[in-house]
Design a protein around this ligand. Sequence first.
Ligand code: C5P
Ligand code: MG
Length: 197
Amino acid sequence: MFNDKEVTVIFVLGGPGAGKGTQCEKLVADFNFCHLSAGDLLRAEQQREGSKEGELIRNYIKEGKIVPSYVTLKLLENAMNESINVNKNSRFLIDGFPRQMDQAEAFDAQVCNSKFALFLDCPEKTMEDRLAIRSKTSGREDDNIESIRKRFKTFIQTSMPVIEYYKSLGKCIQVDCTPAIDEVYQTIKAIVHEKIV
Ligand code: C5P
Ligand code: MG
């Protein structure tokens, strides 16, 4: 368990294609954050030779379902330890996690009490348009219309309750992500600046 006086965690949440990765990259350029994308960590583990969970991860991702929490939690914890011990960076943007209530509870109780959650709110149509563009170059097995529909459904059914949970704790900051990337970023940058610096 990390001490939340020494370790800062901001969750970046939102549906597929809302712009989580894009906005996190911009925050990394302006603030000293370690950006950990749960989806990226899962894809890397899926590719890792000798991984016991590779096949399981592949199936869940293709179906747009949430990989069992113990897998993702362990990957995040390992990456956090490496950042803290090797890179001496203990400020985290955790992107695409928690996506399911048990993940939120386990993280807050076992890993670290998060500072707040940034919810990138975006209409489904806009997310679908963005994913259609991304699918041309992403090489992701789940950037096809069938998987995308499943991911939208999982987002509404399984991940929105997490966002509602952080709202009920007064720990959720919602940002409208319909505008252009840089306009959205100015809003996000001001929020993070006020909360962190
Ligand atoms: O966030 P991203 O779109 O990269 O996530 C891709 C997929 O990875 C999700 O659709 C889901 O199958 C899996 N994932 C997960 N649990 C998380 C984050 C991602 O199972 N916390
Ligand atoms: Mg992403």
